[in-house]
Write a new protein. Structure first.
Ligand code: NAD
Ligand code: DAU
Length: 337
């Protein structure tokens, strides 16, 4: 099988490429990535020489390049996106361009190339926010209600994917997953930001009151979920994917990280809140469990310990990133630190 992965140099995409070539060594992967600030070929070092892997530096908005890349492709797994909520608040336009227009260009190219499957990787943020202290969870039937430019652009892309299935018969599947964490995550997202800041002797910036809740999904569990959807998922269907956390708020996550690293809570710093900050996410993943037999391999604490260990052992990876243009972003977002 020939798989075109978009955004394979980013966090989840790279984990997926590494995962897939291990689990399905007979398949071919072509990784299409523009290499924005979030794309890093260092993530893919171990497969660079693999004859079943190739890389194309290209923008998913480039129609000609996408049509060419799509020739002979069986399956598309679409990760490429602008993915950070805070950056979408600073500069919404590039989110609309990549996430909405880029997805539409890919859908056209996939249709033209007659691909057998277009799998779209989306987010639980399209559903909006849940109240604190409720047992409510997002599911495949939850209406869309996005609040940030990021989530609105992802919602737009989801609607386009479904529209291409309904209108043109494109064989699609979608996953809407919760917050991923694990190796190779860009240190602007809270878990790698917190871990690397603490290792560097800096504080963990916590937005607002810190009582915001996310549903944490380890990236490898997510890759297995996509694998199952590609192999056994029903065409046209959406699957929600979440982790094994029961309403852990950001303050608790920060405290767990500090405990693993042997530091006390004086390393927590409250900073100004994110505008339009979604209070709580929680995912009901019953459908993918009952229909496809998926569930996370370990609980949050176990995966968090492994993740902290990875960032401790791989400082070469994130120290390089944190010393570059990242510094400008950090100063803009958090003030001079
Ligand atoms: P990321 O920001 O780490 O990586 C995105 C990748 O896409 C980068 O390699 C970047 O270079 C590439 N890219 C960006 N614009 C491009 C363009 N125009 N053309 C080609 N490549 C481009 O993102 P991630 O966290 O790995 O997220 C991957 C996907 O999963 C996204 O679609 C995101 O919305 C979705 N998602 C992420 C999470 C999460 O917690 N990280 C949760 C749910 C859904
Ligand atoms: O829910 C899935 C989404 O998860 C994905 O679609 C997005 O691509 C991904 O970035 C992530 O979005 P979040 O906004 O939830 O992730 P982030 O790591 O930015 O923030 C997680 C929580 O931590 C959120 O409540 C905001 C808070 N936070 C974040 C940062 C960066 C802080 O308190 N301080 C921070 O410095």
């Amino acid at each position: 099988m020939k798989i075109l992965v978009t955004g394979g140099a980013g966090f989840i995409g790279a984990n997926f490429v590494l995962y897939w070539l291990k689990q399905h060594p007979e398949d071919f992967i072509i990784n299409v990535d523009k290499l924005t600030y979030a794309g890093n070929l260092e993530n893919l070092k171990e497969v660079q020489q693999n004859p079943n892997y190739s890389f194309l530096k290209a923008d998913i908005c480039n129609r000609e390049q996408m049509e060419k890349a799509m020739q002979g492709v069986d399956t598309v797994v679409h990760f490429a996106a602008e993915s950070h909520v805070d950056r979408s608040i600073m500069n919404p336009e590039e989110f609309v361009v990549t996430n909405v227009v880029g997805t539409q260009v890919l859908l056209d190219a996939a249709l033209k190339a007659n691909v057998k499957r277009f799998h779209h990787v989306s987010t639980d943020e399209v559903f909006g926010a849940l109240p604190l202290n409720s047992s409510e969870k997002f599911s495949e039937n939850t209406p869309y209600n996005p609040h940030s430019p990021y989530s609105a652009s992802k919602a737009g892309s989801d609607h386009l994917v479904r529209a291409y299935a309904d209108t043109y018969g494109l064989p699609i599947t979608i996953t809407n997953c919760s917050n991923n964490f694990g190796p190779y995550q860009f240190p602007e997202k809270i878990i790698p930001l917190a871990i690397t800041n603490v290792i560097e002797g800096k504080k963990i910036p916590i937005y607002g009151d810190g009582l915001y809740v996310r549903d944490w999904l380890y990236v490898e569990d997510h890759c297995r979920a996509i694998d199952l959807v590609l192999q056994k998922g029903k065409i046209g269907e959406t699957y929600c994917v979440g982790g094994l956390t029961e309403d852990i708020n950001n303050l608790e996550v920060a405290k767990k990280i500090l405990k693993i690293l042997g530091k006390d809570e004086s390393s927590i710093e409250f900073v100004k809140d994110r505008p339009g900050h979604d209070r709580r996410y929680a995912i009901n993943w019953t459908k993918i469990k009952t229909e496809l037999g998926w569930q996370p391999q370990y609980d949050f604490d176990t995966w968090l310990e492994k993740t902290v260990a990875w960032y401790k052992e791989n400082q070469w990876w994130w120290k390089d990133i944190k010393s570059g243009t990242y510094k400008e972003y950090y100063e803009k977002q958090y003030g001079q630190k």
